[in-house]
Design a protein around this ligand. Structure first.
Ligand SMILES: Nc1ncnc2c1ncn2[C@@H]1O[C@H](COP(=O)(O)OP(=O)(O)OP(=O)(O)O)[C@@H](O)[C@H]1O
Ligand SMILES: [Mg+2]
Length: 248
């Protein structure tokens, strides 16, 4: 694999589970602080790809380089936000957000400052002492997102994080993720099968094919933010993504 020092993440892999070829030849890179969205049909291996990017699953062939080194969860700090909010029910909102920082053995004052900052940005002020069962699904997902951003993660991986939320909550959360990302720049790989969500959020959208999965398109989304879902430019880009997704 060519090493491009400008990229944060460099992926060149293929993967199969037993005889099932999931990923053919998948190659892409992500720049520092870029927001990359990945779209693809159900079962094409989006979650598997994120598992590979996290270093938890070794690809059958190839490598993932993070900051020029083979990704290693023991060395790199990688945050994962799943489809279902992954809050710990026995911890308060404050403690849930602080968990990643405690694992990193930061000083108490540093943890306090970081958690307070993130709580303010995600709008959970006033709910610090609540337990997960006392808050809504949308707020729980906000806790998961706050935890992901609280650590100085080298990479944030998000696997359809809003799919189980109702439409208005989903739209609010999309805006919130953009706000947090604008405040606390991070490199994000965000998986969704919702093209509108991808074009709304991403600096770039990668469209995957059916298995054996390859990259059908890698499109820059050079629309200014905040983006208007009703604008002609937006609907044209979404239509372009749609035609790639459905092209045989
Ligand atoms: N641990 C595993 N062992 C064997 N096969 C697996 C394993 N995990 C996933 N698969 C298979 O690999 C393929 C890709 O699965 P994956 O969950 O990565 O797809 P996905 O794109 O995330 O799907 P969805 O859109 O439904 O979330 C599927 O055919 C799935 O059945
Ligand atoms: Mg999945």
């Amino acid at each position: 694999m060519m090493t491009n020092l400008n990229s944060k993440l460099q992926v060149a892999i293929s993967h199969q589970y037993g005889n099932l070829v999931v990923h053919g030849d998948i190659q892409f890179s992500v720049k520092e602080n870029e927001f990359l969205c990945i779209c693809g049909p159900s079962g094409c291996g989006k979650t598997t790809l994120l598992d590979i990017l996290s270093g938890l699953l070794k690809p059958s062939k190839g490598d993932v380089l993070l900051d020029g080194e083979i990704v290693n969860p023991k060395k790199h700090s990688i945050s994962f936000v799943f489809q279902e909010p992954s809050t710990l029910p026995w911890l308060t909102v404050w403690e849930n957000i602080a968990t990643g920082l405690k694992i990193k053995k930061l000083k108490k004052a540093e943890i306090k400052q970081k958690v307070e900052e993130v709580i303010r940005i995600v709008g959970l002020g006033g709910f610090e002492g609540f337990y997960p069962h006392q808050i809504s699904g949308g707020m729980k997902q906000r806790v998961s997102i706050a935890r992901a951003f609280a650590t100085d993660a080298d990479l944030i991986l998000m696997d359809e994080p809003f799919v189980s939320l109702d439409q208005p909550t989903r739209e609010r959360m999309q805006q919130e993720v953009l706000d947090i990302w604008k405040n606390l720049k991070r490199t994000i790989v965000f998986v969704t099968h919702n093209l509108e969500e991808a074009v709304f959020l991403g600096d770039r959208v990668i469209i995957l094919s059916e298995k054996p999965t390859s990259i059908k398109a890698d499109l820059p989304i050079d629309l200014p933010r905040p983006r208007n879902l009703m604008s002609l430019e937006f609907t044209e880009l979404r239509a372009k993504c749609f035609s790639f997704l459905h092209q045989k």
